[in-house]
Ligand binder design. Structure first.
Ligand SMILES: Cc1cc2nc3c(=O)[nH]c(=O)nc-3n(C[C@H](O)[C@H](O)[C@H](O)COP(=O)(O)OP(=O)(O)OC[C@H]3O[C@@H](n4cnc5c(N)ncnc54)[C@H](O)[C@@H]3O)c2cc1C
Length: 660
């Protein structure tokens, strides 16, 4: 039986897990002082990444580099999976001077990493557990996550920011309890604190959050405690990590699936992978001294390629989010209810001009395109309506999606509640290092641990230690929150209108969006909008521009219409109807960039429409009222005029035809 080693990265201390037989020690994470990075290596890497004229190698060049990694001349590390973890590993390893490849079956961030709550957090809930269960392990988890929270925000300032979150209190005990708990969260954060938490009276609270309910459970609002966590644009951060790794020298390839692992029979060691390019159908082998399995919820299927009887490490749990119009929550203030009357956590967070509400936690099979179930969506709607002074309607759901948490567990654990949200690094098969679990917030530290394990496994010789704690991702170095003013003042949006090219203003919404999405590279996108007449909006009410499609095809490995609507822009997540309306133009521009013929364009349209159906907006959930045949429309809902309770009552008559 192969040896399994679990390494938990818990602060500075070396934590070593032993295995049943032949256990060996993994080195602890290198401390900052051990990193031996030397300012010269960091400076050189930074220069390469922040060069305003730098262009990522083409996809063809990346594939050629992977094909060129032969048994005689292997890569140091081949990473499988282009989520936050895999891209973090590729960036860490390549900036240590190692020769690195990464393959991703679909697109960077197409898995769980684009489907998160988008919070960069230390885990207030774990702090509560640490205190009540006197669990030092949980406390160290919070310490570590808070340290990483600060680094993620610092390293991608254009894509991340501090978000105030309001906790409503309907009795004075809650006020004291949450105030003390959140002050403790501030204290644990210490120097990594974003902003200090504080109490607001009921009157102040409703001024800050006008849609907050004044009463809950027949008790009047006593006030709120507001604390801070970080918020991000998860998929764009993930794509940014992939592009940064590519600029630093890694051969990263999306739409490339590992279909088998290559083994050296004599040494019983994994020595590479058989890869299928899912765009061309071509298959090839890539060899590496160490393979890092960062396939998220799918990591067991990779381990099974080595040993059919591999014990599962993943206990999958699905989480659903819904997106509602902006008027549900004010801009710049979230609402988090740590314990609803039936013990759930619910939240509503402003995000990219809309409101995200969630989430659920249910057992699930591991599937490529998880879909939210109607009862999960209604569960969220029911939960938030108790805390809102606004009519909560299913018809307001602009998009809804499901993601699978890759919780790493001991196979004998019973419920997901008892599972640690910590990460696991193991090399249970020689040459195959698996990294999974953890959370988005801690991707950098997870990557550091995985690369340390890979170095040990392959006896690799990096040029320097880990650099990523001080390395900004592409577009982040030199970015300033006021950068958008330059875009607004210096560029116009040239657009084709009725056969004529006309100039349009680069309005604040468009300028701010470009600045946040592309950081210091936003001017390149603005220049395309101006110089190539690609300045039109892709969907009414959203700031996404035609120029972004061309830019992403040229600079961000955007290879399909879905890549654009889901991960380069976030239209699919924000509003499925708007995404659907944008599709023809997105495909037209991608066709020009990638020389697609008519049949490829048709295929892209069909595939993207099918994809959008998995996001259960009100458009996609075909309701059938049990008293009437036909599709339930806004007309039926228009009879509801006094809020959440009525909503819940009427929904009992619905028969949902999807998912059954
Ligand atoms: C509902 C929900 C809410 C969450 N909210 C938060 C939050 O607010 N904050 C936070 O910090 N964390 C959050 N998380 C956790 C976080 O999203 C995950 O921990 C993280 O995204 C996992 O990243 P990953 O790279 O390990 O997995 P993934 O993102 O799933 O990446 C794995 C990749 O491997 C690829 N792959 C699989 N098989 C193969 C193969 N054979 N060949 C090539 N590629 C392959 C997949 O296509 C996939 O892209 C949330 C998770 C969920 C589900």
């Amino acid at each position: 039986m192969a040896t399994a080693i679990h390494l938990r990265r818990l602060g500075a201390a070396a934590v070593v897990a032993t295995a049943a037989s032949g256990a060996f020690l993994l080195q602890p994470s290198l401390s900052a002082s051990d990193r031996g990075a030397g300012s010269s290596s960091l400076g050189a890497v930074r220069q390469r990444i922040s060069d305003p004229n730098a262009v990522v190698p083409s996809r063809a060049a990346q594939e050629a580099a992977l094909i060129g990694a032969s048994a005689a001349n292997p890569l140091d590390i081949l990473v499988i999976g282009g989520g936050a973890t895999g891209c973090g590993v590729a960036l860490d390893a390549t900036t240590r001077g190692l020769r690195v490849g990464l393959v991703e079956r679909e697109d960077f961030s197409s898995g769980t990493s684009s489907r998160s709550t988008k919070l960069i957090h230390g885990g207030v809930r774990y702090l509560e557990k640490a205190v009540f269960n006197l669990d030092y392990g949980q406390l160290k988890l919070v310490f570590h996550a808070l340290e990483e929270r600060k680094q993620v925000i610092d390293n991608a300032p254009h894509l991340c920011h501090a978000l105030p979150c309001m906790t409503p209190c309907f009795d004075w005990f809650e006020v004291v309890y949450y105030w003390m708990g959140l002050k403790m969260y501030d204290l644990v954060a210490a120097l990594r604190l974003l902003h200090v938490s504080r109490y607001y009276s009921a009157q102040e609270s409703v001024e800050l959050f006008p849609t907050l309910a004044r009463k809950g459970n027949n008790k009047s609002l006593k006030g709120t405690v507001v604390y801070y966590d970080g918020q991000m644009n998860d998929a764009r951060l993930n794509v940014g990590l992939a592009c940064t790794a590519a600029l630093a020298g890694a051969a990263v390839l999306n739409h490339a699936e590992v279909v088998d692992l290559l083994k050296d029979e004599a040494s019983n060691r994994t020595i590479g992978a058989r890869i299928r390019d899912n765009l061309s159908g071509k298959e090839f082998n890539t060899y590496a001294k160490v393979v890092v399995n960062a396939a998220g919820p799918f990591c067991d299927s990779l381990r099974k390629m080595t040993d059919q009887d591999a014990k599962p490490m993943i206990c999958p749990s699905s989480g659903v989010h819904i997106v509602l119009p902006d008027y549900y929550s004010p801009e710049g203030m979230g609402l988090i209810v740590p314990k609803t009357k039936d013990g759930r956590v619910v939240f509503m967070l402003p995000w990219l001009g809309r409101t995200i509400a969630g989430t659920t936690d249910s057992n699930t099979p591991i599937t490529l395109l998880p879909e939210p179930h109607e009862d999960e969506i209604q569960f969220i709607l029911d939960a938030i309506c108790d805390y809102l002074n606004v009519k909560v309607r299913r018809t307001d759901v602009l998009s809804a999606w499901s993601g699978i948490r890759p919780l790493a567990t001991d196979p004998s654990a019973k419920s997901t509640e008892s599972i640690s949200r910590d990460h696991v690094v193991c090399e249970d098969y020689p040459g195959l290092v698996t990294i999974t679990g953890g959370k988005w917030t801690t991707y950098r530290g997870m990557a550091e641990d995985a690369v340390n394990a890979a170095i040990k496994s392959g006896k690799l010789t990096p040029e320097n230690g880990c650099l990523t704690s001080k390395l900004q991702i592409v577009g982040g170095d030199g970015w300033d929150p006021a950068s958008f003013t330059v875009i607004a003042q210096q560029y116009v949006r040239m657009k084709n209108s009725h056969g004529k090219v006309v100039p349009g203003v680069m309005d604040t919404a468009a300028a701010k969006h470009l600045s946040h999405a592309y950081g210091t590279l936003a001017e390149r996108v603005a220049a395309i909008a101006q110089n190539e007449n690609l300045g039109k909006r892709l969907a009414h009410g959203y700031p996404f521009l035609e120029a972004e499609v061309a830019y992403c095809a040229r600079n961000e490995y955007c290879e399909s219409a879905i890549d654009f609507i889901a991960r380069r822009s976030r239209l699919a997540f924000l509003d499925t109807d708007a995404a659907s309306r944008a599709l023809p133009r997105v495909i037209e521009i991608l066709a020009t960039e990638h020389n697609w013929d008519d049949s490829r364009q048709k295929y892209e349209l069909e595939k993207a429409k099918e994809f959008l159906k998995t996001f259960k907006s009100s458009k996609n959930a075909q309701f059938v009222h049990s008293f009437f045949t036909g599709t339930l429309t806004g007309g039926i809902f228009s009879g509801l005029n006094s809020g959440a309770k009525e909503y819940a009552c009427h929904t009992q008559h619905m028969v949902i035809v999807t998912h059954l």
